[in-house]
Design a protein. Structure first.
Length: 346
């Protein structure tokens, strides 16, 4: 028996149906109808038993099957491409639509000021230190030449954990820690941080506030160096024409001690409400490190000298940005914080 015609007819029928198919679903059905185990082409294999020239039959079978498979593959690809193009058309993204914006926060002005102060001093070669907020009496008072019965303690009455442990009343405590670690070597540091005092909270006072301590110890350090340093700080912080004035004062850990005023940047020294008519604004306490302090921390005051200063961070921020109440820094009122979003770029 010759099956050549049967294969030819079967192939023609298949190819015709394939060319007419217009969806992937139709094509899958055709694949099943002809090529699956019980498909028409596959079933043709049963006739191999009846033929003598099995090789020729096998070749015809394979050729028929191959043409149908190829035709199906090509058509399936075509249909898939068509579908993809349709899908892409449907799913086109409109890139001109405005995006979803998100709310960005901004740093509290308190931290902005700390960053500004740090930048200025790092620019002068200082490194930035940290120290404990809960500290021993020894570091907060004793090593700073404030013995137990010293009246200066009253001015810095603070919160005690026990007789010996307290919340630091100034960042000057970091001076003693840094000197202890430096073991007689020169020092040039600043340390910003929180400080605590028993205080009646009002517009200008808070039981928690912050200072930046500065400490320089080396050979031949003098009051002129201190003045030049603070003048440069004031010029960078407030305005180029800011002047600095020293008034003599008293701190147990510095000798001589000074209160430092800057010329009022608001009225340029003429007198205005900000400087209460005086033309000057007090911003910090400073002085030459007391020989006793140097000695207690292992420095020979005949060889080494140094200066120290303590700047009130909130005070500087209040002056610079015209903030009326110190408590605003801690209340986390977003309306207040948002006001400072752009300050750094100005
Ligand atoms: N610790 C002083 C204060 O809190 C400030 C100060 C620091 C003064 C360093 C002199 C030197 O008032």
């Amino acid at each position: 028996m010759d099956y050549a015609l049967d294969f030819e007819n079967l192939k023609t029928k298949c190819l015709e149906e394939i060319s007419k198919a217009s969806s992937l679903k139709d094509l899958t059905e055709l694949k099943n109808k002809y090529l699956a185990k019980k498909g028409e082409i596959s079933l043709m294999m049963n006739h191999i038993r009846e033929v003598e020239d099995k090789k020729a039959f096998g070749e015809m079978y394979n050729a028929c099957r191959k043409s149908v498979e190829e035709a199906l593959d090509i058509k399936i690809k075509e249909e898939e491409n068509k579908k993809l193009i349709e899908d892409l058309k449907k799913e086109k993204i409109d890139i001109t639509l405005p995006g979803n914006s998100y709310q960005r926060g901004s740093a509290n002005p308190f931290y902005k000021i700390i960053n500004e102060i740090e930048d200025i001093f790092v620019g002068m070669g200082y490194s930035v230190e940290t120290g404990p907020e809960v500290d021993y009496d020894k570091y907060v008072f004793e090593l700073l030449n404030i013995p137990h019965d010293h009246p200066a303690r009253d001015m810095q009455d603070t919160l005690y954990i026990d007789n010996n442990l307290l919340l630091r009343s100034h960042t000057s405590s970091v001076q003693a820690h840094v000197m202890e670690k430096a073991k007689g070597q020169p020092i040039k540091i600043i340390c910003p941080g929180k400080t605590y005092r028993r205080d009646d909270d009002d517009m200008t006072h808070s039981h928690q506030f912050a200072q930046v301590e500065g400490l320089v110890i080396d050979k031949n350090i003098n009051l002129g160096n201190l003045k030049a340093t603070l003048e440069l700080f004031a010029k960078k912080m407030f305005s180029k024409d800011t002047k600095v004035r020293f008034r003599s004062s008293f701190f147990p850990f510095t000798e001589p001690s000074v209160e430092v005023d800057i010329s009022c940047f608001n009225c340029k020294g003429k007198g205005c409400p900000l400087c209460k008519g005086s033309g000057w604004i007090e911003i910090l306490g400073a002085g030459m490190v007391h020989p006793n302090v140097l000695k207690m921390s292992g420095y020979d005051p005949e060889v080494y000298s140094g200066f120290a200063f303590g700047i009130g961070i909130e005070r500087v921020a209040m002056l610079k940005y015209g903030i009326d109440d110190i408590r605003r820094f801690y209340q986390n009122d977003l309306r207040f914080i948002k006001e400072f979003k752009k300050v750094k770029e100005d």
